[in-house]
Design a protein around this ligand. Structure first.
Ligand SMILES: CC(C)(COP(=O)(O)OP(=O)(O)OC[C@H]1O[C@@H](n2cnc3c(N)ncnc32)[C@H](O)[C@@H]1OP(=O)(O)O)[C@@H](O)C(=O)NCCC(=O)NCCS
Length: 292
C-alpha cells in the first residue's frame, strides 16, 4: 500500500493506464453480466486506441482532473475528470481488481473532487458496489438509468422533417443549449465529437436540438429544448441503426425516449445510474458516457 503513489496522469502513463482500464472493466463487466446477455469479450485494439486518444484529449484540455495511482511505473488505478465551466464530470474511474477495497479508490476520488472545486457534477455510474458506495458517500444522487434494446421495426419509422446534418458552425448554439440543459457547454468536447460519423441537428421553429450518431447508428449524446424535437432526433438515430441497437442513459425525466423506443418495438432494460450533484438530471437529454 505504501508503495502506491497518487499523482497526476502523464502522457507516458497512457499505455499502462489503458491496460489497467481494460483489465478492470473486463472483470467488472463479467461480474455484472446477466446470464441472458452475451459473453464479455476483451477490449479490441481499436477500442484501446480510442481510449488512449480520448484520455490524451482530456489530458490536453484539463490535466489537473486526470489522476492515477501508480506502483512504480505501473498504473494500478485511474480517475479521469474534467471541468467545463460550472460543470465537473468523471469520464472514467477504476482500480485493478487485485487492489480494490483498500482505499485507493477513495484517495483517487478525493483528488478529482478537490479538482472540481465544488462545481456541480454529473457522470454515469456502473453498478459495482464499491463504485456506488464511493459516489453516494461523496454526496452524489444516483438516478437509475433505463435503456432500450432490440431491432427497430422499420415499418414504425415516421417521416422526420426539420432536421439536417450538423457542422462546425452549429457548435456555438449547441453550447448555449447545453448551458440551458446542464449548466455548461461541452466546449472542446464538441470539437472532439465531430469525429463521430454523424451529427444531426434540428433548428425547426426555434426549437434547437442535436444528436451524435455513432458508426452503429446509436445516438450517443442527444440534447433538445423540447421533448418533441428530442423524439424527432431519436427517430433519425433509430432510422440509421442496423441490426440490434440500443438507446442508453435514459432517466425517468426522459420518458419521451422510452416512448419512442416502445413505438419502434424495442424493449426496456435497466442498468447503472446517472450520478449528479448540485443539479437536476437534465431533460430532454441523453448523456454521453464519455462526455456527459
Ligand atoms: C469503484 C472503484 C474504482 C473503487 O476503488 P477501490 O479502491 O475499490 O475503492 P475504496 O477501497 O477506496 O472504496 C470502495 C468502498 O466500497 C467498498 N467495496 C469495495 N469493493 C466492494 C465490493 N465488491 N462489494 C462491496 N463493497 C465494496 C469498500 O469497502 C469501500 O468502502 P469503505 O471505504 O466504506 O470501506 C473500484 O472498485 C473499481 O475499479 N470497480 C470496477 C470498475 C468500476 O465499476 N468503476 C466505476 C465506473 S463508474
Amino acid at each position: 500500500m505504501d508503495s502506491v503513489q497518487l499523482r497526476l496522469l502523464r502522457e507516458d502513463d497512457l499505455q499502462s493506464a489503458e491496460r489497467a482500464s481494460a483489465v478492470t472493466f473486463l472483470e467488472a463487466n463479467r461480474r455484472s453480466r446477466r446470464v441472458s446477455e452475451p459473453e464479455i469479450e476483451p477490449r479490441s485494439a481499436s477500442v484501446s486506441k480510442q481510449w488512449i486518444d480520448r484520455i490524451r484529449f482530456f489530458l490536453a484540455v484539463d490535466p489537473g482532473g486526470c489522476w492515477v495511482a501508480a506502483d512504480g511505473d505501473d498504473v494500478i488505478g485511474f480517475a479521469i475528470s474534467q471541468n467545463r465551466g460550472r460543470v465537473w464530470f468523471l469520464a472514467t474511474y477504476g482500480v485493478l481488481p487485485g487492489h480494490q477495497g483498500m482505499g485507493i479508490g477513495k484517495r483517487l476520488m478525493d483528488a478529482v473532487l478537490a479538482h472540481s472545486a465544488g462545481r456541480q457534477g454529473m457522470f454515469i455510474s456502473s453498478v459495482h458496489p464499491g463504485a456506488t458506495r464511493r459516489y453516494r458517500l461523496a454526496g452524489f444522487s444516483l438516478y437509475p438509468l433505463m435503456w432500450m434494446v432490440g431491432t427497430v421495426d422499420r415499418s414504425t419509422l415516421p417521416v422526420v422533417a426539420g432536421i439536417r446534418e450538423g457542422q462546425v458552425s452549429d457548435l456555438e448554439w449547441m453550447d448555449r443549449l447545453d448551458q440551458d440543459l446542464r449548466g455548461a457547454g461541452h466546449g472542446p468536447d464538441h470539437g472532439y465529437m465531430l469525429d463521430t460519423p454523424r451529427l444531426v441537428v434540428s433548428r425547426a421553429k426555434g426549437r434547437p436540438g442535436y444528436v451524435y450518431i455513432d458508426d452503429q447508428g446509436r445516438g450517443v449524446l442527444l440534447a433538445a429544448a423540447r421533448p418533441e424535437t428530442a423524439q424527432n432526433l431519436l427517430w433519425e438515430a433509430l432510422a440509421s441503426s442496423r441490426g440490434d441497437t440500443a438507446v442508453n442513459s435514459i432517466t425517468t425525466a426522459n420518458e419521451w425516449a422510452v416512448d419512442v423506443g416502445l413505438a419502434a418495438r424495442l424493449d426496456i432494460g435497466q442498468e447503472g445510474y446517472l450520478a449528479v450533484r448540485g443539479m437536476k438530471a437534465p431533460a430532454p437529454y441523453l448523456a454521453s458516457g464519455h462526455f456527459l
